[in-house]
Design a protein. Structure first.
Length: 123
C-alpha cells in the first residue's frame, strides 16, 4: 500500500510517515497541494492521501476539490489531518470529498482507527 502525506510541516510529515510505515505503508511526501498533485501524477498508484488543510501554494480543501474533479482519482481515499476543529469545517471537508477527518493533535491509535474505518487495517 502506498500513502501520500501532504503537509507543510516537515515534522508532521515525519510523524505521519513513521506511523504509516508501522502500519505497512510506503510513503511519499509533499509540502503543499501543488506538490501533491505532481507527486500523484508521478506515482504508479496511491492508495491513500492524508492532507493538511492550511498550507501555502494550494491548501488542503483546494487539493481535495481538485482531486475529486479528476475521474481517475474519484475513489481515492482522502483524509484531512488538521487543526481546524469546528464542525462547519469538518462538514466542508467532507462535502468537498474528504472521506475522513483527523484533528491535530492525534496519536497512532486515532490514525489506526480512521484507517480501519476506511478498510486499510484490521483490529
Amino acid at each position: 500500500m502506498h500513502a501520500l502525506v501532504v503537509d507543510d510541516s516537515k515534522t508532521m510529515r515525519m510523524l505521519l510517515r513513521h506511523h504509516l510505515k508501522k502500519l505497512g505503508f510506503e510513503v511519499t511526501e509533499a509540502a503543499n497541494g501543488r506538490e501533491a498533485l505532481l507527486a500523484l501524477q508521478g506515482m504508479e498508484k496511491a492508495d491513500l492521501v492524508l492532507v493538511d488543510w492550511n498550507m501555502p501554494e494550494m491548501d488542503g480543501i483546494s487539493f481535495v476539490r481538485a482531486i475529486r474533479a479528476k475521474p481517475d482519482y474519484s475513489s481515492l481515499p482522502l483524509v484531512m489531518v488538521t487543526t481546524n476543529t469546528e464542525m462547519s469545517q469538518v462538514s466542508n471537508a467532507l462535502a468537498a470529498g474528504a472521506n475522513e477527518y483527523i484533528m491535530k493533535p492525534f496519536n497512532r491509535d486515532i490514525l489506526r482507527e480512521k484507517l480501519e474505518l476506511l478498510g486499510f487495517v484490521s483490529v
